[in-house]
Design a protein around this ligand. Structure first.
Ligand SMILES: O=C(O)c1cc(C(=O)O)c2c(n1)C(=O)C(=O)c1cc(C(=O)O)[nH]c1-2
Ligand SMILES: [Ca+2]
Length: 542
């Protein structure tokens, strides 16, 4: 195996910072989880385009040995592809043929705590190494040529509810990583580790020691959240600031702005999910966009969407940096984020402030009805709106593409004390079986907030989306359909039956003059979509 890998390996496979910086214009490679540091998922080549996508067909199918939910974003470096699976396997594949070059299987520790499946969303590449974070809360660095482990570092203590599902981000010799655990009473963070040695360089706690905030009564869109502020104040006087167990995971990649040396990420829900009585205050910085300094981890700004959330409405879909129109129509550096609430939020990158929010992409009903013991119906359900699924943009059209869920649920509260590192929901959210569920692909004009087009799908959507300069948008569905849409109109231009849920973000790359689109088809645990173990690469070229 080592020999096979080495024979494909040249100096060109070394990932320099310069290569990572130029990823947005590099159609040969797919170097970041979301395409580039701005996380636009906009692929610059157009060999596959609106006029020939109908001829797209599988070039190869690679089957992993793990038939469990697949959420990997395939990373491609000079003809070598890296994918991960549930339970932290990594494969290096020949991107032309799908031939296996090496396979790394993480030796899992005894304790893994994850709410929503044994997922992994992929690797980061830097220098001659490949980085993955694991369910037992380790960061591992592998030799990119051989898959042999170079170092391993504990990110946090898995016994306390910390675990990893996200892909790391590599920048300037640092590996950035957050944590999941919003359902386990953790104290969330983003950490930077030295890429060479694994040494911890800085830690930003997503929950400040003063998490109380301003007693906000309205959400980002101005709707009353029905908080009982007097009761919260009484609880605060009794038990103090709940910051140590307040959750606030970061389980998707940050966007990196090298011009200002700032990163932007979104923070998940407070713990326990449905029981607000034990955690008085706004619960800063849960359900927020946050920006910190890349070199020091120092706080720069934040914007909270939902203060004192009791519906598990994590902020999670990865933020995108792009030029947007401000309120006066003037172009500014903006940040886009799609909420579980079903809105696309548009921010000013300078101070995180909200410029606008889009029309709701899914039905919203009874917002913000508080959970009850018997269960209160509110739409959207706890998976959103939009889940962790990354959006993609087409900057020429000024559109951002999101995939949506419509899953009616009731929210139930049942108070219980912190069970030290065990699941701590403070109640339950339950799907209403008699109500229809569905999904959408939505194209939203981020300069106006208006929905440009929307296509309904048979099931709620989870996974991700890719936009290309060929005028296309690619995304998959639970029923195994992988589709290409016209980016301007939403017309379906091509589809393929992958045999299992296509619930992962697609990538694209070009090698030996051929453009490929690649996606995982392995289903999803959280929504129980049909499992599989395929990585499928498509091409139109002969
Ligand atoms: O708060 C958290 O830390 C956290 C983590 C994760 C995860 O890491 O998979 C999910 C969620 N929350 C969550 O609320 C959720 O709906 C969800 C769906 C999925 C998935 O992989 O499909 N993960 C998660
Ligand atoms: Ca959560």
């Amino acid at each position: 195996q080592e020999i096979k890998a080495a024979s494909k390996w040249g100096d060109m496979n070394t990932v320099t910072q310069d290569l990572l910086n130029r990823a947005a214009g590099d159609g040969n490679n797919f170097l970041h989880t979301n395409g580039n540091y701005s996380q636009t998922r906009y692929y610059p080549n157009r060999q596959i385009n609106v006029s020939n996508v109908g001829k797209l067909r599988p070039a190869w199918i690679f089957q992993t040995e793990v038939k469990e939910s697949l959420e990997t974003s395939p990373i491609v470096v000079n003809g070598v592809m890296y994918v991960t699976t549930s339970f932290n396997h990594v494969y290096a594949l020949d991107a032309r043929t799908g031939e296996e070059l090496w396979h790394y299987k993480h030796k899992m520790g005894p304790i893994t705590v994850y709410c929503c499946g044994p997922n992994n969303r992929g690797v980061a590449v830097y220098g001659d190494m490949v980085f993955m974070a694991t369910l037992d809360a380790k960061l591992v660095a592998l030799d990119a040529k051989t898959g042999k482990q170079v170092w391993e570092q504990e990110i946090a203590d898995p016994e306390l509810g910390y675990s990893e599902t996200m892909a790391p981000t590599a920048v300037d010799g640092k590996i950035l990583i957050g944590t999941n655990g919003g359902e386990y009473g953790i104290r969330g963070f983003v950490k930077a580790f030295d890429a060479k040695t694994g040494k911890n360089l800085w830690t930003f706690h997503t929950i400040p020691e003063n998490s109380v905030g301003v007693w906000a009564t309205k959400d980002a869109t101005g709707r009353d959240m029905h908080r009982n502020i007097d009761a919260e104040k009484a609880q605060l006087a009794k038990t103090g600031d709940p910051f140590k167990t307040l959750g606030g995971g970061v389980w998707q990649n940050p966007a990196v702005d090298l011009e200002t040396r700032r990163i932007y990420f979104v923070v998940g829900n407070p713990s326990p999910d449905l029981d607000g009585s034990l955690r008085p205050g706004d619960n800063l910085y849960t359900d927020s966009l946050v920006s910190v300094n890349l070199d020091t981890g120092q706080y720069v700004c934040h914007f909270q969407y939902i203060a004192h959330d009791v519906w598990d409405l994590d902020s999670v879909s990865p933020p995108i940096i792009t030029t947007v129109a401000d309120k006066d129509g003037k172009p500014i550096k903006g940040i886009l984020h799609a909420g579980k609430t079903g809105h696309v939020y548009v921010h000013d990158a300078k101070d995180c402030s909200l410029v606008r929010f889009s029309e709701a992409m899914v039905p919203q009903e009874n917002m913000w009805t508080l959970p009850t013991k018997e269960g209160a119906r509110m739409l959207p359900g706890a998976n959103g709106g939009v889940e962790w699924s990354p959006m993609a943009i087409n900057p020429n059209l000024g559109l951002t593409y999101a995939i949506n869920l419509h899953q009616p649920m009731t929210y139930h509260v049942e108070s219980s004390n912190y069970p030290a590192g065990k699941l701590w929901l403070g109640g339950a959210f339950k799907v209403i079986p008699s109500e229809e569920q569905w999904g959408n692909v939505s194209a939203v004009d981020y300069n106006t907030g208006k929905i440009r087009w929307q296509v309904k799908t048979a099931q709620p959507m989870i996974g991700g989306i890719l936009a290309t300069a060929g005028g296309l948008v690619f995304t998959g569905e639970a029923n195994g359909m992988f589709k290409a849409y016209d980016a301007e109109t939403g017309a379906t231009l091509w589809k393929f039956q992958a045999g299992a849920g296509v619930n992962a973000p697609p990538s694209s790359y070009t090698v030996d003059g051929k453009q490929y689109v690649v996606v995982g088809a392995g289903g999803n645990t959280q929504i129980d979509y049909k499992r599989g173990n395929s990585i499928i690469a498509f091409t139109t070229a002969d």
